[in-house]
Ligand binder design. Structure first.
Ligand SMILES: Cc1cc2nc3c(=O)[nH]c(=O)nc-3n(C[C@H](O)[C@H](O)[C@H](O)COP(=O)(O)OP(=O)(O)OC[C@H]3O[C@@H](n4cnc5c(N)ncnc54)[C@H](O)[C@@H]3O)c2cc1C
Ligand code: FES
Length: 329
């Protein structure tokens, strides 16, 4: 089969049944990847023309967008086709690792949120905004976003404890300093892009604050000059947490244009703004033509925000979102 690969404009010949990813890599074409088993989402490409044979793990579409995608590690061409590799100028290649680590601490961070600290002795390589899969029992795992940078001595996670939540119970009740753990990482395509000149919108709902801190610290560390707009939202006033760490990360952003902590319900304190994430974005940002957006957290809030940003003209290629949908074991 002949496969036209954009933006390189190269035509490859790929045998039926052969996956795109190894063929692209063999030709030296830059493409992001990590897990090679359909779970991290990094190798997602646009299908511009033609049809492919998908594996059992097709790519998850973002709410409201209709572009056809394929996972290059899971799909092979069904006929002559054309594909586009996203972010070909700055591919993220962190081959997936399964690490042994140990718990340094599990501490209260806010209402129903725990800070889980794991040793980063083996120096996990990841990009700000990515997440890991924590193995919490035999055949039982959950994914959690990284709150820091790969250079940190520890891996930090903000874990929301859901009523009757299986993982939350294990993390808050059974893990102690010294407990041995295993994780697989990194996962996730909502990483921080560096090669972009327009404004960056960074937004979260609930524990989506964890990857937001990672993104903000990443922007500060790389000294990105883009105008940055930050919206951190919570449903209830008592859920607000980590404001000191947020302020410290914001201080290091070279070109911070706006930062808002938004609360939907409960008594307002100084510095907080009333409303829903979507209401604030709708009021503040009329058009998102040249913007990039990184969004994380509660699936309801993030799906609604994705829908709004789409209506406000954001390019699908510039929208990087991880709604925290419940993840099966
Ligand atoms: C890409 C990604 C990144 C994630 N990062 C984080 C993170 O950094 N911090 C974090 O706390 N969670 C994160 N999650 C969610 C996490 O993986 C678990 O799904 C969540 O912690 C619930 O696991 P549990 O075993 O405690 O609850 P479960 O036993 O799976 O569910 C228990 C109950 O809680 C409800 N529930 C579960 N998740 C949600 C939700 N998101 N909103 C509303 N109700 C829910 C279920 O419907 C069920 O009734 C992420 C999810 C994804 C997909
Ligand atoms: S490398 Fe294809 S989904 Fe992870």
């Amino acid at each position: 089969m002949e496969v036209l690969v954009q933006p390189a404009g190269r035509v490859l010949s790929i045998k039926p049944g052969d996956k795109f990813l190894p063929a692209l890599r063999a030709e030296g074409l830059a493409i992001s990847y990590s897990c090679e088993d359909g779970r991290c989402g990094l190798c997602r490409c646009k299908l511009l023309r033609g049809n492919v044979v998908e594996s059992s793990r097709p790519p998850r579409p973002l709410f409201g967008f209709r572009t056809r995608y394929l996972l290059a590690c899971q799909s092979s061409p069904a006929e002559d086709c054309a594909i586009e590799i996203p972010d070909a100028q700055e591919p993220v290649i962190h081959p997936q690792r399964r690490l042994r680590t140990q718990v340094l601490g599990v501490e209260p961070l806010g209402h129903n949120v725990r800070l889980l600290r794991l040793a980063n002795t083996d120096r996990l390589q990841f990009s700000p905004g990515q997440f890991v899969e924590l193995e919490l029992g035999r055949g039982f795992s959950r994914v959690y976003s990284l709150a820091g940078l790969p250079t940190d001595d520890e891996l930090r996670f903000h874990i929301r404890i859901h009523p009757q939540g299986s993982a939350g119970q294990i993390i808050s009740e059974r893990l102690q300093p010294g407990t041995a753990m295993r994780l697989r990482a990194p996962y996730g395509a909502a990483w921080l892009r560096h090669r972009h000149e327009g404004p960056i919108l960074v937004a979260s709902s609930g524990t989506g604050l964890a990857p937001v801190l990672s993104i903000l610290r990443g922007i500060g560390a790389a000294k990105l000059q883009n105008p940055v707009h930050v919206y951190v939202s919570f449903l209830l006033r008592e859920e607000v947490y980590c404001l000191d760490e947020l302020s410290a990360a914001l201080e290091r952003i070279p070109n911070l244009r706006a930062s808002h902590v938004i609360v939907a319900y409960g008594a307002l304190k100084r510095g907080l703004r009333r409303g829903l994430l979507t209401e604030a974005l709708e009021a503040d940002i009329p058009h998102l033509g040249n913007w990039h957006a990184n969004l994380y957290g509660s699936p309801f809030a993030i799906d609604a925000a994705v829908h709004l940003l789409r209506r406000r003209g954001i390019s699908e290629d510039h929208l990087h979102a991880d709604p925290f949908h419940p993840f099966g074991s």
